[in-house]
Design a protein around this ligand. Structure first.
Ligand SMILES: [Zn+2]
Ligand SMILES: [Zn+2]
Length: 170
């Protein structure tokens, strides 16, 4: 355990209309090196904290949710500030609105959440050096191999919601 409890932690957009609070630590933090994340971030990778959507408390203006294409073909929904349009988090087809992929750089203190795992390293930009102390996968991974037990338990708790979402899409 860290000597200082870092959560809840707050973040928001550039114009400060959207402010949010993460009520707990995330399930896992992805550093994604796929070409889609590179394009969407305009940078070398995306840093996404995956967390139950009901643990992201809105403190200001509600973000607007924009349907955006995704690599899977199923699309994603990106929550953006209605004023400055900055992207704060995404919902992907796998868990839909049940899980938010919060952009770590929008936290007031993004240093809180270094990546737990590097994914899609097959398209990693060549100058990026991966740390030796974190797992890395050329594409994706098996959840049971990477997530801590507590996060797997938390996922079990929201699984009925995820399954209901999946059923609603069929
Ligand atoms: Zn804004
Ligand atoms: Zn990606």
């Amino acid at each position: 355990m860290s000597p200082i409890a870092p959560f809840p932690a707050e973040g928001g957009c550039d114009c400060r209309a959207v402010r949010y609070r993460l009520l707990s630590a995330p399930l896992v933090v992805h550093c994604c090196h796929c070409r889609w994340c590179q394009r969407e971030s305009g940078a070398a990778f995306a840093l996404n904290a995956m967390i139950e959507a009901d643990r992201v408390l809105s403190l200001g203006v509600e973000p607007e949710v924009i349907a955006t294409p995704s690599d899977s073909g199923a699309g994603q929904h990106i929550a953006r500030c209605p004023a400055c349009k900055l992207a704060l988090w995404s919902h992907y087809a796998g868990a839909g609105p049940v899980v938010s992929f919060v952009r770590v750089g929008t936290l007031d203190n993004p240093d809180l959440l270094p990546p737990d795992v590097h994914i899609f390293t097959a398209s990693k930009q060549p100058w990026v050096q991966l740390p030796a102390d974190r797992p890395a996968f050329t594409e994706y991974y098996e959840r049971e191999q990477v997530w801590p037990a507590a996060s797997l338990e938390r996922r079990q708790a929201i699984l009925p919601l995820i399954e209901a979402y999946q059923a609603s899409r069929r």
